[in-house]
Ligand binder design. Sequence first.
Ligand SMILES: Nc1ncnc2c1ncn2[C@@H]1O[C@H](COP(=O)(O)OP(=O)(O)OP(=O)(O)O)[C@@H](O)[C@H]1O
Length: 651
Amino acid sequence: METVIRPPQVLNQDETTSNEAELVLPELEDPDWMHHARQIAQTSFWAVARRLPRLVGEAIGVAWATSRRDTITSIGLNIAAGVMTTFGLLATTRVLTELFAAGPTPDRVRAALPALLLAAAAVMAKGGLTIAAGWAQARLVPQINYRVELRMFEVTTAVDLAAFDDAGFAEEMDRARDRGMREAASIVDHTVNLITGVVGVLATAAAVAVIQPILLPCLLLAAVPEAITAVRVARRQYLNLLARITRRRRMWMLANLMANRHTAAEVRSYQMREFLLGEYRRMMNSETRADLDLVRSQTATRVLGASAAGLASFAVYAVLGGLLLTGWVALAAAATALLALQTAHTSLGVAVFATNSLYEDALYYQDYRDFLDRARLRTLPAGGEPAAGFDTIELDQVSLRYPDTDTPAVDKVSLTLRRGQVVALVGENGSGKTTLAKLIAGLYRPTSGTIRWDGVDTADLDPHSLGSHIAVMTQDWWKFPFTVRQNIRIGRHDRPAHGPGPSLEDAARAAAAHDMILDLPYGYNTLLDREFKNGHDLSGGQWQRLVAARSLYRDARLLVCDEPSAALDARAEHAMFQHLRRHPDRLIVLITHRLANVRHADQIYVMRDGQLVQQGNHDELMAQGGLYQELFNLQASGYLSDASSRTAQHS
Ligand SMILES: Nc1ncnc2c1ncn2[C@@H]1O[C@H](COP(=O)(O)OP(=O)(O)OP(=O)(O)O)[C@@H](O)[C@H]1O
């Protein structure tokens, strides 16, 4: 079965309709988590059955590692319930034998009574055991989910940052998160169901073998067409799901655009309502047609299945009749065999469905396992010398090339930074400033060259203790959906409230954020997420002040500030740069396009195409001429009158 991805549908060649055609959304590509779908659709049931022992072993391993007690309980009680099935059937034969015996009815009923009580007790015991087994099984699911999710996030937060630039890694992570992670509990669930189904069939077979072994082939005769029909129905359902998945994703995407706080303003300002509703209607129409087709084809499959089952039952009845007539089987045994067939039928259905589902889910679960293995290779090993801080940071021929790119973003850069300095990185967009700053901050490891803290290669230092001396105000900060207080404290969440370093308020004041925070409805306790009750949002500039407060609260020896004032008003920017001044204990690395802010820096490094092209202080660089002078004068000209601007540009 192939999922067909069609190009955008062109309605007509003339100009009026080609506009409409351009508006038709292209079909979406198969999502990553669908990549096993074709493999599943094309695998035969027997191929699946062959892999079963390994899959079952794996699932039991997952369950065992999560809770031995619940694993033993759910499997053990299911087996005990199967034993009760055998007892029940044997007791039923006894009841029927007594009832079909010669003699007056009251005597026959009296004789059947003990066996009847036994049969009733077996049914009750089976019911109780099944419920208890279901309880243990249901207890396993959340425990497994919790364990698997935690493992996933332990790994995703430990891998090095560069892993996220690798498209292959990102795709594997999405696959593992989308489905792989969820399937761990499913494979355990399906395995227990499979065991339950198989135990049910075996228990029935055992009862039949005790009653009359010659009836066993009858059980088989009824079971085979049942099994084939169950597989076909399950497969058809799955293929139908595949065929509809692209459309359903599109509908989900459209629904999300029409009922979403983040898109609401644009949907209104571009008056997209009719366009979106039209697309949604179009999708709904074809979805409805697909639903009707599905119902029709399912009915056809069921008719075929029911006919096959009917024929099988007919054949079984014929065989049973023959055995009765020839005296091979007693009437009571034949009647019990019919009951046994019903029980076996249900158990078989459960086992077949569980096998199909187990196979499918196990493929996705493997994605999760593969991702964990891959992530382990990308996790920086703990250990190494503890980093005690630095007096100098030295970059020696440092380069970094992002994955799948031809040119290095930072190319053989050598420089020395000293504690107590304010250093600026300047240059045009894409020149490599942020990448260099991330290398200095230890967020990336160089692809070649060495970074040394007081002469020690940072690769030999313990990554955790190295990171504890660094704070980074990133350019692309995230709006963490926490309270204001938490948003600042996560800068150094493990510092006790009255521990060393600036207090929460001091950090907020230094970032010109304190007054703004006090004006919020709940002050420092205001939750910064509109999607929760009493949540609040901030303007871009207010957020940036908060991010600055967080970095200052971190109070690290190395403070890297990437465009710390891009969204700030003039007053807040002035206040912030007053704070980002020389401090004997701190090295500040500053990236900004507003060159007025770097005039007082001790050293300014000018970058172009990943390389350092100039360095010096402001006066030296202005005297040198070149890129820095050109950029500075261009910016300065915006603040001058026309006449002085011309003079500045020509100076
Ligand atoms: N994660 C990434 N993966 C691949 N290439 C990247 C990545 N980040 C940046 N680049 C590329 O590396 C080069 C340097 O980017 P960088 O962000 O360091 O420049 P920048 O000088 O900080 O730019 P800007 O002034 O616009 O912030 C650019 O060509 C950019 O496209």
